[in-house]
Design a protein around this ligand. Sequence first.
Ligand SMILES: [Zn+2]
Length: 172
Amino acid sequence: MGANYGHFTSEETKRKISLANKGRVHSEQSKKNMSAGRIGMKLSEETKRKMSISHRGFKHSAEAKEKISKAQSREKNHGWKGGIRKSTGGILVLCPDHPFANCQGYVYQHRLVMEAHIGRTLLQSEVVHHINGNKFDNRIENLMLFSSNPEHLTYHRLCRSGLVPCSGKTDV
Ligand SMILES: [Zn+2]
């Protein structure tokens, strides 16, 4: 009985051995898989190269985006240049962030020039006079600042009466 049992056991062992052999076959296959894996690693290196190429491609696309954004900013700048226009009161500059911009976001250029000259924002009551009477000549040497329009108009009256030297032209 014991021998039979042992024999039976040995048969089971044989099965186990055969299973183990199958396992070895599997392990051989796994070795092949490993070698395939090495090939896979090589492929992955190639893939990495491809990825780096594609990454470069992404960089190019990023550069393209920058170019696009620059082009858009150029368009904005162009629009900003287009934001200078003449009116009967002089040259208007699109300056929507200015505290005293009009409802359309424009500020008189002669006021901006005077503000840059004196280093502060002009009060709304203050008036910039054009000495030579040309409201489109916004050179700082052509500009005079008055604290109010009545003062400005008084100056013009004095000009007309010859009490102060002036071009004889009027900018009002
Ligand atoms: Zn004036």
